[in-house]
Design a binder for this molecule. Structure first.
Ligand SMILES: Nc1ncnc2c1ncn2[C@@H]1O[C@H](COP(=O)(O)OP(=O)(O)OP(=O)(O)O)[C@@H](O)[C@H]1O
Length: 248
């Protein structure tokens, strides 16, 4: 991202969600974005696949600026960027297999290819036995794994994760993080995770960017020095353990 910014609302009451910033995400990394509520993390993530358009700046994927793209080129590029959300966004009236098939139908894959791809993705998240179940029959962690499978269906290069474990207990959080780690290691998928949980950064991220009031404070390697700096910058602000109050 080069010099991107985003504000909301008319000029007098304008909220500058993201001040002009540049950020390079390394291919194959799991990159965390952390900061207090309202820091602009989700907005930054939504700028990465043009779910929101920046007011200025360039969003480059493999060196190609998404801002210069028009349909259908943009639609094609968006297929290479999957996304998952805190509350899963699964369709309750469709089975797990049908949920995962939705992006494949939109991409106009034929039926045979679709069902092969659905099985492939279910295998990646370890839920082959749940294909014919409905979301309501699954645990939170399983629902998020279905959402991951759906996001992977079009074989993206990048997976954007907006607070993927914030609605989950510690056990299912680990289950989801393990799936993300395995996908990253096995397929080299680049993963960007917005979170307010230091534990998520510690356990799976290679680098972390810290945001405050719409500004990018710093990007650090996730090693002991980086984690110590991160903790210092946001002392008292992280959720250290599930059940703690988020952001004092
Ligand atoms: N669609 C919108 N319309 C108006 N203001 C918005 C919109 N989306 C975000 N904002 C504002 O932009 C700022 C940044 O919001 P954003 O959701 O990106 O922060 P965040 O760091 O992800 O917060 P949280 O952790 O609470 O989700 C906030 O002040 C928010 O109220």
């Amino acid at each position: 991202m080069h010099g991107v910014s985003k504000g909301y609302g008319p000029s007098r009451q304008r909220v500058q969600a993201v001040h002009p910033l540049s950020l390079n995400i390394r291919q194959g990394d799991i990159h965390g974005i952390i900061g207090a509520s309202g820091a602009g993390k989700s907005t930054l993530l939504r700028l990465m696949n043009r779910l929101e358009d920046p007011d200025e700046g360039a969003v480059l994927l493999d060196g190609v600026d998404l801002m210069q793209m028009k349909e259908p080129e943009l639609r094609e590029a968006r297929r290479s960027i999957g996304m998952i959300f805190q509350h899963f966004h699964l369709l309750g009236n469709k089975t797990v297999a049908k949920n995962i098939a939705i992006p494949l139908e939109l991409a106009k894959l034929d039926k045979r290819e679709r069902s092969n791809r659905v099985l492939e993705c279910l295998g990646m998240v370890g839920l082959l036995d749940k294909a014919e179940q409905y979301p309501a029959q699954l645990s939170g962690g399983q629902k998020q794994r279905v959402a991951i499978a759906r996001a992977l269906a079009n074989r993206p290069k990048v997976l954007l994760c907006d607070e993927p474990t914030s609605a989950l207990d510690p056990h299912t959080t680990n289950e989801v993080l393990e799936v993300l780690r395995t996908i990253n290691q096995t397929f080299g998928l680049t993963i960007i995770i917005v979170t307010h949980e230091l534990e998520v950064i510690r356990s799976i991220c290679h680098r972390v960017s810290m945001m405050e009031n719409g500004k990018l404070l710093r990007t650090l390697e996730v090693d002991s020095a980086g984690l110590a700096q991160a903790a210092e910058l946001f002392s008292g602000a992280f959720v250290r353990n599930k059940g703690d109050e988020p952001f004092a």
